[in-house]
Design a protein around this ligand. Sequence first.
Ligand SMILES: Cc1cc2nc3c(=O)[nH]c(=O)nc-3n(C[C@H](O)[C@H](O)[C@H](O)COP(=O)(O)O)c2cc1C
Length: 154
Amino acid sequence: MRTIIVCKSVSHGNTRKVADVIGEVLGSRIVDPSEIDAAELSSYELVGFGSGVRNMDYYQELRAFVRALPGEQRRKAFVFHTGGFPEPPFRRYQHNFTGLLEQKGFEVLDTFSCFGYDTLWPFLIVGGVRKGRPNAADLAAARTFAENLRTTAA
Ligand SMILES: Cc1cc2nc3c(=O)[nH]c(=O)nc-3n(C[C@H](O)[C@H](O)[C@H](O)COP(=O)(O)O)c2cc1C
């Protein structure tokens, strides 16, 4: 199955580390949203979307990329993010992002998230939080996620 991961990783490359592991399992190309357009994306059967979290949402560039896609995608997708904190129940950004994909016609097969080293300024006073994340256990969980996806998507 031709697979691509569209990944926006800005702060520390945290999300890119997760994308690299998932991409290795699925044999997928990994691109920044600026490196691909809708026409080229349409040649892939399975599309992964990865993002860090900023101000309780996925990166604006990734959301804008999806918003600009034509509807009727009729393809499979998966979603993952790294963030400094668990998603709060009053701001379900992963849910909102998968909803956006579904509006575009994607069938979202699964989602994954883990902590990523966070240097939002108040936390810099203590050298940041979630140091070393994603760690080996996070990346092992990402690998399992990708292995399950390989089965689900087939
Ligand atoms: C300006 C700024 C805002 C952030 N806002 C949030 C947030 O609202 N929620 C959260 O869980 N993490 C937040 N983070 C932490 C990042 O999401 C986390 O470091 C993530 O792993 C970054 O991914 P990246 O290195 O792939 O860009 C923020 C970090 C920065 C620098």
